[in-house]
Design a protein around this ligand. Sequence first.
Ligand code: ADP
Length: 323
Amino acid sequence: MLKQRILNEFNFKKQAEELGVSVWQTPSFLFIVMGVVIVAAIFGVYVASKHYNSPEIVIISESSVVALLFTIGNFIISTVESVAKANKMKTEFVSIASHQLKTPISEMRWEMELLKSKYSSGLSEKQLEIINEVAHSGEKMGRLVNDLLDTARIDQGSLALAKDNINLRDMIDELVQSQKALANASNVELVVSFDEGDFNIVADKRRISVVLDNLISNAIKYIGKSGMVEIILERKDDLVQVCIRDNGVGIPRSEQARIGEKFFRSNNPIKNKTDGTGLGLYIAKNIVEQSGGSLWFKSIENVGSEFYFTLPISKKVKKLLHC
Ligand code: ADP
């Protein structure tokens, strides 16, 4: 691991590609140049002060070194600035493009629904099949655009969360019902278990449902051939804790540190057979953390995964519990 990190530090070409700058502009390269200059400068000043017994020469050589270091420091700052600007522009571009795509995709989906519900009698089986496929692709595009919009909002720090009263128990029940068809088609048994009592929280209803939906559908998606997904809801002091446990393909240990990074998809055996963007967990983690909770996981390759998240119990309920 350490060896790999050190090698990566010295792979200037890779760093330049990742940052979109030239090799001589990469911070690691410039830091090394700076180090070499400092060592050479110390040596140079030492030699100058030994050979020339004149304070002017020492001052001039020291000033030249300071000027050189100042120039290199400036290069580093301007590289970081240009990378930050490019990153900001990219986020704005994604946000604008996703907004523009949202309306035509919604129209397309709405028209497909209209075609199916009102005019399907005149269509052949093949035509209906094609319409269903287009509608399915429209749904996928809609989800992707929503994910891109949420990602851009998170990156810009503008993901606004509503404050709704949520009964987490009811929400999980509803979501499990809506995932039943997918679970059956994937040969997955869905099991739910709750602690006694209510699970009332104050958070953004739509977005917490996105978090749950993402974690449950991932557990089903990465199960392999068949298996079981358990959803466990518990109370832990002032928090509610949800655990989604599966006995699926798991996540290779070497890749676990990168799970939750934007666009990262682990290289598990069914990656290529499943749809995905690597944005779901990034968005889920940010929503949970912004709602005052935390999200983490444990996973063993070929054994399964457990994804956990916590959220604070609503203040009203807390008062009742402490009465
Ligand atoms: P994706 O759209 O790829 O599912 P996510 O952000 O939801 O994106 O998940 C990121 C990656 O984490 C997935 O590509 C997968 O490799 C891994 N992953 C997430 N949940 C599970 C799980 N329950 N079992 C195994 N791997 C998982």
